[in-house]
Design a protein around this ligand. Sequence first.
Ligand SMILES: [Ca+2]
Length: 254
Amino acid sequence: MFSELECPLPHINHGSVSKNKAVLGDDITVTCESGYEISGATIIECYPNQTFGENIPSCQDVNECAQTTGGCAQTCTNTVGSFLCSCRPGYKVSPIDQTQCVDINECDVLNGGCDQKCDNNDGSYRCSCNEAGYVLFTKDHTSNYRIPAEETGMLPGDRFYINHSCVRAYQIIRQCVCVCVCVCVCVCACACACACACACACACACVRVRVRVCVRVCLCVCIRACVRAYVHLCMLHVFVVSTTYYNVFVHCLD
Ligand SMILES: [Ca+2]
């Protein structure tokens, strides 16, 4: 009896062979696990030198994200032998279908970190201030409030949490200076009495700290003229000096 020449079966990482024994002339088929693809010949033969030759196939990882993003709705990450779907900030993987993403309602947890009002939206949320006299702290120095040196304003719990905190609105200081100038001019003529009355009223409208000077010149001119007229009345006197001529003269009276 001659023993058959056997070929030792190759070890294929992440793969397997179709037989548990191979003798001279046998063909075996190599298959890969899910998530891997074969590199090389699928079928190998047992040769007289009791090997399957030098070109033993191997199983290589399949990059599922390379095509159609692995079926992930948002982000696909390839792993060795598999892949993972993940979601952008503001979304989470759906518990029903792990390739899909659903919105996170941030307002459900600690009111989204908002001081006052929290509005959820698809992929995000928004804080706002609904109490009178308050505004949203959107950046350092909002309404004159400064972020302390030891904080960034970007973390929950910061004294002024950007886009979350509400601070009192900047107080507008109104300061107006009004100046009224009244000028009265009396013009009298002839020794008559003259009286002038002058009144000024100024109004300032200021925005924030601003000094606005309002000058109003009120010119009152009172002219009172007294005219004394002297009228000379003239009377014509005609006397008959003689019967032959007439003598005419003019006599003026006060
Ligand atoms: Ca949201």
